[in-house]
Design a protein around this ligand. Sequence first.
Ligand code: DC
Length: 227
Amino acid sequence: MRKLIIAIDGPVGSGKSTVARRVADLLGYTHLDSGAMYRAVAWKALCDGIPLDSPAELEALASRVRIDLVPSGGKLHVILDGEDITDWIRTPEVSHAASLVAVVPGVRRPMVAEQRRAGAQGGVVMEGRDIGSVVFPHADLKIYLDASPEVRAGRRWRELQEKGEASDPLMVLAEVRERDRRDREREMSPLVRVADAVVVDNTAMDAEETARVIVLLAQEKVNAAAH
Ligand code: DC
């Protein structure tokens, strides 16, 4: 059976990571979280005191680090220059820094090259903001995952609660809206709904239902290719 390239793009809180991981599990594919790569660069910039408003220094950093995404124990480990940084890149500080780092063209170039290399053989579910538009414009299946801002903020708020990080739901909603704006309005590779993407709105669906819808769409593609 031919193995597909599945691109899942969508805004923060749309459930991309959980859904992409589950789709990959169900199909026996590899899950690649492109956002984790921008988070890794941001984490390293914060550690090394690299100013987030210096595109030249960020570009140099992005070209010299090596980032590996390694699935292990049901989770995707992010390895930067041999160090496992998985548990350190989901803080609000890194989220904010990642959204600044991701607007720098010189950072995106090496990340996109690595993502293309990692997915070239197919059998991947890659999630991000620009997978269907830039990284794999010829992906076999493109999904634009979405949900209402209120539902996405609620998910984010619960995640923070679970981590024991106190937060105000209204502040979280404001942050979600702000990150949406930055992702959609940036000049390079903004988050867009490409014309050939299937829109899956999971405002009223959980991750399992969402993943199964996408698996059905994938199976349709595989069947169509076989006939
Ligand atoms: O999906 P995430 O929240 O982990 O992504 C972290 C940041 O990286 C976020 O600000 C969006 C950005 N990003 C991007 O610009 N392009 C991608 N393909 C993936 C993420």
